[in-house]
Structures are given as structure tokens and as C-alpha cells.
Design a protein around this ligand. Structure first.
Ligand code: MRU
Length: 345
């Protein structure tokens, strides 16, 4: 089945960073034009752009904007380091944010002339965007081979073009499987509380012509029990060196369910999502997001006023529950400490 892959949510135009505002999808397709790195950091915090690889690429552009602003000052390198700290503070869990920001800072620090650093960082951001798409396509090729010839594939959150430079990680693998002729029925978790599945994955799959059902998160166990799910595939925000994986809240429950039902549970993420400095999952900082995301649904109150809320945005799936981790370099199997390190080379 021919697969369309047209969605791109990050672009550079007229010296500005243009982001498709994911807070407004699917009702409105509005692009924001940002020319100041501080606005970009706020856009990341407020989830105009979200998804680990996408915020990495966005951070790279934020650094390019920052160096353009700082180049008039003699202490531009010091000021740029301050901007990098602000950008990295936008969200704590996805390592791609810090990874891309630090990469840009290191590049700039290797350059003595500010104007040359500005040119360099902008080009590096463009390259990162292109590389991310290429890596996702490569991941798709590796991962598609793991999917059954036919059957149901459950996914969580949004891991597609919107969450990356383009093509997607877990959704990219599904995309590649369908392109290769596999008869896959996608089941997309709605992904409470922010509804990345209902709002973004559903929008993206519909636009790209991929058949799917949208289901409530709480339907996952039932769907598995009914024999409708042959594999679960998710993305990642940070993978510890031992394979423990932080991803959207609810991922851990899916991994436990998958093990109970003896269904393979796959993680697809670029190597830039692996934090080799983080030995195990318990060290990963889990972002807590505003109470209103849980107290409300689509902007309407659904809980009594004043209730106390817990809103962790991510959870950590122990490596022992993960069948394989798919990266652009190939398929890593347990034990991940060695298989992931081998991929890094
Ligand atoms: O809070 P979000 O929407 O940024 O969370 C996104 C996820 O958890 C994704 O699964 C993850 O970033 C992988 S995206 C390719």
C-alpha cells in the first residue's frame, strides 16, 4: 500500500523558526513564526512542539537564533552558554533537548568569530532536521522486519512526523511495515491527559491514509485479551544505558500488559535518545505537568474544583519488559547495556 509522508511541522523560513502549533490540532492548523530563542523555549514548555526528537531539532534552531542575537557582544560565548541553559530548562525528561543544545554549544565554542558561529549553527540545525528524518527512515527499515505480516499493532502517544523532524520513530516503523506490504491494523491509544493519540496521531494517520482505530487507554488490556494486538510499539524520551525507557505516561502499563499476554513490546528511538551517562531508569527526572491537564478535558472542567492532582507526564519501563529497542543502527536486544553500547560504537 503506498504511504504518504507529507507532514512536516518544523521549518525555517525568512530567518525565523516556523512551528505548527500542536496545541491547536486537529481543529486548527496554525503556524507560529519565532525569531527569538526565548520564545522557542516557551514554545517547547507549552508544547507547541513536543516529542523528543522534535524538541531536539527545535532546540538546535533556538541555539542558532541565540547566537545570531549574541554575535554583537564581545562575550557572546558566555551569553550563548546562558541561553543554552535556558533552552535546556524548557522540559526535563527528553534527553534530545539537552543533547542537541549541548551539541550546538560545543560547535560554537570551537569557533572564535561570532558571525561564523552563527552560520555554522544554522547549518547544523538544518542538518540535524534532515538527519533525523533519514534516521527515522532507517529505523523504519530495521523495525518493519520485526512486525508480523498481518495483525494489530498498538501504539501510544504520538511518535510520528509531528514528534520528529518527519516520518516518525514508532509510527515510522509502522509506516515502513505498511509500505512493505504488511497488513497492519493500527490501534492508537488516546493518551490521556494531553491526548497526543486522539489529537495528533489520529490527525496524522488520517492525513497519511493509514487505517487505524482510536481507543481509550483503558481499552488496551481488553484488546490484548481479545487477541487483537500482535505487537506494541512506542517511542522514547530517554533511554538509560541499561535500556530502562522513559516514555509517555501509560507506557509502563502497556509493557506489563504485553508481558502478561505474551505480546512483543518494542521501543523505537534514535541513538540520540539514549543517555549513556544515565546508568538506569531511576535517575531519570520525570516532568510533572500542570494540574489543569488532568482536571480538564478539551478545556472543560471534568473534576470538582480544587481536587488535588498528580500529573506525571512520563513513566519508566524497566528494560526487562522490552523485547527489543530499534534505533537507526539496528535492533538492540537484551542485555541492553552491551547491545546499545555496541551500536554507539
Ligand atoms: O509530552 P510529549 O508529547 O512530548 O511526549 C512525547 C512522547 O512521550 C513520545 O512518545 C516520545 O517523545 C517519542 S516521540 C518520537
Amino acid at each position: 500500500m503506498p504511504i504518504v509522508d507529507n507532514i512536516r511541522a518544523i521549518r525555517w523560513e525568512d530567518h525565523q523558526l516556523c512551528l505548527l502549533d500542536q496545541r491547536l490540532l486537529p481543529q486548527q492548523e496554525i503556524w507560529l513564526q519565532l525569531g527569538d530563542y526565548r520564545e522557542v523555549a516557551v514554545a517547547i514548555t507549552q508544547m507547541v512542539v513536543r516529542g523528543a526528537p522534535a524538541i531536539g531539532v527545535t532546540a538546535a534552531y533556538a541555539m542558532a537564533l541565540a547566537v545570531q542575537e549574541m554575535q554583537q557582544f564581545s562575550d557572546w560565548q558566555q551569553r550563548l552558554a546562558g541561553a543554552a541553559a535556558e533552552i535546556k530548562a524548557a522540559r526535563p525528561t527528553a534527553v534530545n533537548l539537552a543533547w542537541a543544545t549541548d551539541r550546538q554549544l560545543t560547535l560554537a565554542q570551537g569557533e572564535s568569530a561570532a558571525d561564523r558561529a552563527a552560520t555554522l549553527l544554522l547549518q547544523a540545525a538544518h542538518d540535524l532536521l534532515e538527519q533525523d528524518i533519514a534516521d527515522n527512515q532507517q529505523m523504519g527499515r530495521h523495525g518493519a522486519a520485526l512486525l508480523p505480516e498481518q495483525g494489530g499493532i498498538l501504539t501510544h502517544c504520538n511518535t510520528g512526523s509531528l514528534a520528529t523532524g518527519g516520518y516518525g520513530t514508532a509510527l515510522g516503523v509502522i509506516r515502513a511495515g505498511i509500505s512493505a506490504g504488511k497488513q497492519l491494523q493500527v490501534y492508537a491509544d488516546e493518551t490521556r491527559p494531553w491526548l497526543q493519540g486522539a489529537r495528533l496521531t489520529a490527525w496524522e494517520l488520517q492525513k497519511d491514509g493509514i487505517p487505524f482505530y482510536l481507543n481509550a487507554d483503558s481499552a488496551a488490556a481488553y484488546l490484548m485479551q481479545q487477541g487483537l494486538i500482535q505487537a506494541v510499539i512506542v517511542g522514547a524520551d530517554r533511554i538509560a544505558a541499561n535500556g530502562d525507557t522513559a516514555n509517555k505516561i501509560g507506557t509502563y502499563s502497556l509493557a506489563v500488559l504485553a508481558q502478561y499476554h505474551q505480546i512483543p513490546f518494542y521501543v523505537a528511538a534514535p541513538l540520540s535518545t539514549v543517555d549513556f551517562a544515565m546508568p538506569a531508569g531511576e535517575g531519570i527526572i520525570i516532568e510533572e505537568r500542570p494540574d489543569s491537564e488532568v482536571r480538564q478535558c478539551a478545556g472543560h472542567d471534568v473534576a470538582p474544583a480544587g481536587v488535588k492532582v498528580r500529573n506525571p507526564a512520563f513513566d519508566v519501563t524497566p528494560a526487562a519488559l522490552i523485547t527489543a529497542i530499534i534505533t537507526e543502527k539496528g535492533v538492540a536486544r537484551p542485555d541492553y547495556l552491551h547491545s546499545l553500547a555496541n551500536q554507539r560504537g
